[in-house]
Design a protein around this ligand. Sequence first.
Ligand SMILES: C[S@@+](CC[C@H](N)C(=O)[O-])C[C@H]1O[C@@H](n2cnc3c(N)ncnc32)[C@H](O)[C@@H]1O
Length: 329
Amino acid sequence: MTGKVYLVGAGPGDPRLLTLRAAEVLGQCDVVLVDALVHRGVLEHVRAGAEILDVGKRGGHSCVPQEEIHRLLIEHARLGRTVVRLKGGDPFIFGRGGEEAEALEAAGIPWEVVPGVTSGIAAAAYAGIPLLHRRYASSVAFVTGHPQIGSACSAADIPLDGHAGADTVVVFMCGKTLASVARSLLRHGRSPSTPAAVIRSGTWRNQEVFLGTLEELAGLEGASPGSPVLAVIGAVAGLATKLHWFGAAPKPLRSACRHPTAGTRAQTGPAAAFDLGAGALEGSQHEGDALSLGADAPEGTRHQADALGRQAAVAFDGVAYADGLESPP
Ligand SMILES: C[S@@+](CC[C@H](N)C(=O)[O-])C[C@H]1O[C@@H](n2cnc3c(N)ncnc32)[C@H](O)[C@@H]1O
């Protein structure tokens, strides 16, 4: 009998934001395919003995191609297994969950989606930014800052014309395109003095919030504030100054790019993703060799649920961290 695939949102980082339904499904599954930016604490809900497959980014670049993930989901379900596809945030918010649902539908595999708390909302909330507010914002747009596949990161690559009019603009996958995104919004009539926030590792223990203006954001050309980051642009971003409640107080936007180097991160312990992959990070361009995650999966890509929670090393963008997020968030 064919099994079933659950496309499950793991939330933005803080494992306490996992939904009850997600925990329930994890507790019943036979196999979990884990994506990027999933907090290790979430895996504590996985049924003991279930198989956990890492299908995320490795070393900052190679990852399992999307088609291979589709194949694995279908293959495991056809073996009669209950499969969880565990994705950061919400599966249908820039998470390629829609593509996976389409592939399952085409293959005749039963599936369900378990919505998750998207980083677009949660990172802002943990930064003290209400995306919608009676006095400041009555509309919000979630947009991608990732350039079109194959193009260079220039202002022309980030077409925000249709979104520039929203009171609040939340930009995902903008780590390398912050300036380009800002220029695009300025070109479409947003005021240079519009408040802008960049949130790095929102809801994680090492969350950082950088505040400034759209004009300052446009000046961050060529700078990368690390990842995962998203930007919140609009009057509400300015509220972070007085409403910040979690982690460090907001810092000036110009300091956003002075993040710790690979060498210093291990001491400070700021992990953004565990060594469970970062494949979905910064867009959809997958590169590198496919990893076989079948019976002959390479060492390190298959885990038993019990062992993984304790042993997973923390890594991000190819940097392994000795000190991870030992305790939430
Ligand atoms: C491929 S998208 C996946 C989004 C995810 N499905 C969600 O709903 O949050 C990855 C992007 O989400 C954003 N992101 C995810 N987790 C984040 C976090 N904890 N803090 C800030 N941004 C985050 C970043 O913009 C990152 O580049």
